[in-house]
Design a protein around this ligand. Structure first.
Ligand code: APR
Length: 262
């Protein structure tokens, strides 16, 4: 089990300040403090339900094949929720880190666009973006900001029916994006895993790959996860509170050690 801390210690700040190549994987938890519900709680034992169906069924390739209208309704429900939501201090910190490090790669499983809203310029979106649609006939993608939508958006290029430009369960990730994430992970010296239960693959393989590539792995999550077993450090807390501590003032003396809880 990795050391579990409740705040950023001076030695972690040293690690952060010395790092040159940093990669970060985020999940739903980074948006939780903005008011976006996460998918799972209790390590995956409880899952987000809507109209009596679990998210794994609503966001599935099978449902898109049989009931595309329902898939649009589900994503439209989420779009309506997101329309009023703003990035929090966790997103803002990561946008700042992009400018701080020689190499910085932000990899997200989130489709909510909040990293971009916070100012992150280069985001590897593993699971797509909820504000984009993709034509089911010609494959063109286009932005759809209207919320709620009145009807299924038609492709601007060919008039074909569209679908949300997100990765559904049972589908492959967008071409090239995961490969770029893997490459960044292979090359980084510090890897952060923030706000993910790390149960959905292939994203969940990235922290393992980082560890195998001998990067230091730091997890930020209010709950312990499967990552906590092999991370170099687990920071037990909310991303919006923990991430800003890396660039805040140092603790005096050894007070940081008292924060260690295992
Ligand atoms: N700060 C950091 N982490 C948090 C916070 C917070 N404020 N609040 C909750 N968390 C943690 C939870 O403890 C949990 O471990 O965020 C994690 C969210 O996990 P999930 O809901 O499983 O979300 P995620 O890991 O992003 O799911 C992966 O599953 O359903 C699919 O496609 C969807 O991209 C998603 C994928």
């Amino acid at each position: 089990m990795s050391p579990v801390l409740t705040q950023v210690s001076n030695s972690l700040r040293d690690l952060f300040e010395d790092a040159r190549r940093v990669a970060v994987l985020t999940g739903a938890g980074i948006s939780a403090e903005s008011g976006v519900p996460t998918f799972r709680v209790g390590g995956g034992s409880e899952i987000w339900m809507w109209r009596g169906r679990p998210v794994t069924e609503l966001s599935s390739r099978e449902l898109l094949a049989t009931d595309p209208k329902l898939v649009w309704e589900w994503f439209d429900h989420r779009r309506s929720m997101l329309a009023e939501i703003r990035p929090n201090s966790g997103h803002l910190m990561l946008a700042e880190w992009e400018r701080r490090f020689e190499e910085f790669t932000l990899i997200t499983q989130n489709i909510d666009d909040l990293h971009q809203a916070a100012g992150s310029l280069r985001v590897l979106e593993l699971h797509g973006n909820i504000w984009r649609a993709r034509c089911r006939r010609c494959g063109s993608t286009f932005e759809v900001r209207e919320s709620p939508i009145q009807e299924v958006p038609q492709c601007l290029a060919c008039g074909g029916p569209s679908r949300p430009d997100v990765v559904l369960f049972g589908e492959l990730l967008p071409e090239g994006v995961f490969e770029r994430a893997e490459k960044a992970v292979q090359n980084c010296d510090l890897f952060f895993v923030v706000g993910t239960s790390a149960v959905v693959y292939p994203a969940a393989s990235l922290p393992i790959a980082a560890k195998q590539a001998r990067a230091r792995v730091i997890e930020v999550n209010p709950e312990l996860t499967d990552i906590s077993v092999f991370a170099d450090f687990t920071l037990l807390g909310n991303a919006g509170q923990i991430l800003p501590q890396f660039t805040q003032g140092r603790f005096e003396g050894n007070s940081c050690d008292s924060q260690r809880i295992n």
